[in-house]
Design a protein around this ligand. Structure first.
Ligand code: A3P
Ligand code: MG
Ligand code: MG
Length: 403
């Protein structure tokens, strides 16, 4: 599949050739060789303030606390400060990496940061990596990414069209309320002090504060999938007891409908794949699930050890296998890197961008596979959004790392 998409029709991606198809998810097909995934270590943490300013440090860190019995997830809905939907740029993750490079240069001598970065195969958000790894099992949603390969490191960001952004901003009320349930659960389950339920004047005991989705606490980790070193950033909901600089005490919070029958149970166990992948990518060892009624009342909570989740589903008809995801992830990265490294021999429309500033569109379509094509000038302009960028990377970053 060597044909390149070079005509003007790059806004439609249906006709780019399939670079890679998904592995079979039926259990007979598995090989026995396990793909190693290294325990993630935390490089640094950062916070977003209510003004959505990114700052290094733990101002947005929260501590886990059991929610009060029967906690009401509708509480505070009308006071929800909702962060506007925006393109999930890599910018703050890159700021974090810049800081890591600076610290490395200071401690180990000039140039050592860049040398370290050259060994990193991939930089992306945890959410992107979750979508890639779970793609063989995804039945509904396509995943559209922008990719750049700069000095041997692959950068991936999610590509949201204006239409998709508008759609996310204008969710039907019902869906918006359901989304809020997840955030309300986070508020009931967290406190500003370890082990002590929050008491805020004018609110029931245990309410952690009105939901402001601008505020987030994030961890940037390094890890290794097979031979590929990865740097991944993502939000961490809270920690147990205290934060010791590593993911040991990280807790992921999730809500799910109460399980009433075998069908509910199967649905929940299918969903566990995403909970599991999302959590292990950042090294989060514990997931606390709040089971709720349709009307948003917590009935029970259950804590899961992340590493034990795969064995809960093993052997069941709707089972999933994390090894299939990891092997797939490895194959995806290798193929994408090979494809993006191919000499840019194809016909170019307009002035030829330098090799490393080229932007590629990567589409993962359920049941079909992955297609890749280089964006033309028009496409790159759309990705830049009128901002000071080389491809989709901020110029200040690109200039520091590109050769
Ligand atoms: P639940 O996961 O409990 O439903 P996260 O679980 O990743 O920390 O995200 C917190 C909440 O954000 C989710 O709570 C959900 O309400 C909302 N959310 C996250 N990803 C979403 C998505 N893809 N679509 C809709 N809501 C989402
Ligand atoms: Mg979260
Ligand atoms: Mg959560």
């Amino acid at each position: 599949a060597k044909r390149l998409e070079t005509d003007a029709g790059t806004s439609a991606n249906d006709h780019a050739p399939v670079l890679l198809s998904y592995p079979s998810t039926s259990s007979q097909q598995q090989s026995t060789r396990a793909v190693p995934f290294q325990q993630p270590t935390c490089l640094l943490t950062f916070s977003y303030t209510p003004q959505r300013i990114m700052e290094f440090g733990d101002s947005a860190l929260r501590y886990y606390i059991d929610p009060p019995p029967g906690a009401d997830l509708r509480y505070g809905y009308e006071r929800w400060i909702k962060r506007p939907e925006e393109r999930a740029r890599l910018d703050t993750l890159l700021k974090a990496i810049e800081r890591v490079l600076h610290i490395s240069d200071t401690n180990m001598g000039p140039g050592s940061g860049k040398k370290w970065l050259r060994d990193i195969a991939l930089v992306t958000w945890r959410g992107v990596m979750t979508k890639i790894l779970t793609a063989p099992y995804e039945e509904r949603d396509s995943c559209v990414l922008n990719a750049m390969l700069v000095d041997g490191t692959l950068y991936l960001e999610e590509h949201l069209t204006d239409a998709r952004l508008a759609e996310k901003e204008d969710l039907p009320t019902r869906q918006r309320q359901q989304t809020y349930y997840g955030y309300a659960f986070e508020s009931w389950c967290t406190s500003s002090r370890p082990g002590v339920p929050e008491r805020i004047h004018g609110h029931p005991t245990g309410w952690g504060g009105d939901v402001d989705t601008n505020v987030q606490w994030c961890s940037v980790v390094k890890t290794k999938l097979g031979d590929s070193r990865l740097v991944i950033g993502g939000e961490v909901d809270c920690v147990r007891e205290h934060f010791n600089g590593q993911p040991d005490n990280f807790v992921e919070l999730k809500t799910s409908m109460s399980i009433r029958n075998a069908q509910d149970e199967a649905r929940f166990e299918k969903k566990l794949l995403k909970f599991y992948v999302q959590s292990f990518l950042l090294g989060v060892p514990e997931i606390v699930v709040g089971f709720r009624t349709p009307a948003g009342r917590i009935t029970t909570t259950q804590s899961f050890k992340t590493i034990q989740i795969p064995r809960l589903v093993r052997g069941k008809p709707h089972a999933w296998d994390p090894q299939i995801c990891l092997r797939w992830g490895q194959e995806f990265l290798a193929s994408l890197k090979a494809r993006l490294s191919e000499q840019a021999s194809s016909a170019q429309t307009g002035p030829s961008p330098t090799y490393s500033s080229r932007v590629w569109r990567v589409t993962l379509t359920p049941g079909l596979g992955v297609s890749v094509y280089p964006l033309d000038e028009e496409g790159v302009k759309e990705v830049q959004g009128g901002e000071d960028r080389v491809g989709f990377l901020p110029s200040w970053y690109f200039e520091q790392v590109a050769e």
